[in-house]
Design a protein. Structure first.
Length: 94
C-alpha cells in the first residue's frame, strides 16, 4: 500500500471496492491506456459532479491525488484515491 501522498498499490484493485473502482476507471479510459486523459477525467467529473475539468481544476486534482506527471494522465492508483472510502485497506478474498 502506498503512503497517503502516493498512488494506491496494485493489490488494492484486485477485489472488493478496489475492483469496482478499477472497472469505473476502465469505463472512462477510452483508449485503454494506463492513465485517464484530462478529457476523460473531465467526462467523469461532469457525470459525477455536474461540472467538467478545465486546466486549473485538472492541475489541482492531479496535485491533490499525487499524479506525478499530469501531462501523461492520471493513473489508476491516483484515481482510486479519489473514489475509495477511507481507510484505504484492501479486502482479502474470502
Amino acid at each position: 500500500m502506498g503512503d497517503e501522498s502516493g498512488p494506491l498499490s496494485d493489490d488494492f484493485f484486485q477485489w472488493g471496492t478496489g475492483a469496482t473502482i478499477r472497472e469505473l476507471f476502465r469505463l472512462f479510459n477510452k483508449e485503454r491506456g494506463g492513465t485517464l486523459s484530462q478529457a476523460h477525467y473531465a467526462r467523469f467529473c461532469q457525470l459525477t459532479e455536474g461540472q467538467g475539468c478545465d486546466d486549473a481544476r485538472w492541475a489541482q486534482h492531479c496535485r491533490s491525488l499525487g499524479v506525478a506527471e499530469p501531462a501523461g494522465g492520471m493513473p489508476l492508483g491516483c484515481f482510486g484515491k479519489l473514489c475509495a472510502p477511507l481507510p484505504l485497506h484492501p479486502s482479502p478474498p474470502p
